[in-house]
Design a protein around this ligand. Structure first.
Ligand code: A3P
Length: 340
């Protein structure tokens, strides 16, 4: 194909993509409930969950329509502030340990880039019109197995993800810690955008109404929980709190689920411990890349590292606040078998 012909074809494809994105923007603007989101940009309610147009644009709609899953794909899923930065680091280190041994620091990619850039978000980065100049990404060129991340609710995932036999690793966290982590995070983003901080009381009200990022929190978690019970070979359900308590046990579960279990030789050579150390809060949060750089979405990498502890919410929530959240959590999870 001649160069002129190729570039005309590319121009036409670009125009088509722009038209597709314009249609999504119109759908969001004219048909979906919209509020001023916590970041100061609009949030829209799509298929029962609140998406932030500042964080992902109309990416959720484009992801649904255009992504084609492969059986070998692995998706790291979560509701924001449940430990996705950590999970992405662990999964990346596990999957790439032959080409990038975890002991090889500071050359390891995790010492050079933040895990959100190494494991890109589908709707938040790759299909996000705000970031990709309204181009539908061509993900067919990526070699298998592909490792992606998503905050999409289970019920909104493209059908090919749930039908192709691909694997999903979901991470969740206890309600109170998720809420407090989210509150700190949104105030960091707001201060970056020169906006006043949100008071904790207001954050709790929004959270309880389901208006946190990708909320309602409980419905997001429950749908993945149920999927993990129905399709355990395809959906692995992890709890941040349990991973903090026993990282080696859960790292081995992750590796096995991803189809690349640790060999006994690797265990003898302490590869498991090396990955845990490489991905630890202490190590990652102190790297220059995570202290000073921004990730592909424009958020400072440092905003993804705060305490990295279980139970820190008790330092912020009053007894009444905790009782209110516990009551809702109990009601919502009643009968599901899930304890948060
Ligand atoms: P805290 O705000 O409670 O400290 P996400 O990655 O989904 O945005 O979640 C952010 C939470 O995970 C924050 O919790 C953050 O400190 C914690 N975190 C980030 N990296 C971590 C790591 N390597 N190990 C453990 N926790 C980590």
């Amino acid at each position: 194909m001649s160069f002129a012909l190729k570039s005309r074809e590319e121009e036409e494809e670009k125009d088509d993509d722009e038209k597709i994105y314009k249609r999504y923007i119109e759908i969001v603007a004219t048909t979906l409930p919209t509020i001023e989101g916590w970041s100061g940009k609009p949030s829209y309610q799509y298929q029962g969950f609140w998406h932030n147009s500042g964080a992902s644009g109309v990416g959720p709609l484009a992801f649904q329509d255009h992504f084609k899953a492969r059986p070998s794909d692995i998706f790291l899923a979560s509701i924001p502030k449940c430990g996705s930065t950590w999970l992405k680091s662990l999964a990346f280190a596990v999957m790439n340990r032959k080409s990038h041994p975890p002991s090889a620091q500071p050359q390891h990619p995790l010492c050079i880039l933040n895990s959100h850039d190494l494991v890109p978000g589908l709707e938040g980065m790759l299909y996000n019109n705000n970031l990709n100049g309204s181009r539908i990404p061509n993900l067919d060129i990526l070699p298998s197995p592909r490792l992606f991340s998503t905050h999409m609710p289970y019920t909104s995932l493209p059908q090919s993800v749930t039908l192709s036999g691909s694997r999903i690793v979901y991470i969740c966290r206890n309600t109170n810690d998720n809420l407090v982590s989210w509150w700190h995070f949104i105030n960091k983003v707001r201060s970056n955008n020169s906006l006043e901080p949100v008071k904790l009381e207001e954050a709790i009200e929004l959270f309880c109404k389901g208006m946190s990022s990708l909320g309602p929190f409980w419905e997001h978690v429950l749908a993945y929980w149920k999927a993990s019970l129905e399709r355990p070979q395809n959906v692995l359900f992890l709890k941040y709190d349990e991973m903090i308590a026993e990282p080696a046990l859960h790292l081995k579960r992750i590796a096995e689920f991803m189809g690349c279990p640790f060999s006994s030789m690797e265990e003898k050579e302490e590869v498991v411990d090396q990955i845990i150390k490489l991905c630890s809060f202490e190590n990652l949060s102190n790297l220059a890349v995570n202290k000073t750089d921004k990730n592909g979405t424009g958020i400072p990498n440092s905003a993804f590292f705060r305490q990295g502890k279980v139970g820190d919410s008790a330092n912020y929530l009053t007894t009444e606040m905790m009782e209110q959240l516990d009551r809702i959590t109990m009601q919502k999870l009643h009968g599901s078998g899930l304890i948060l």
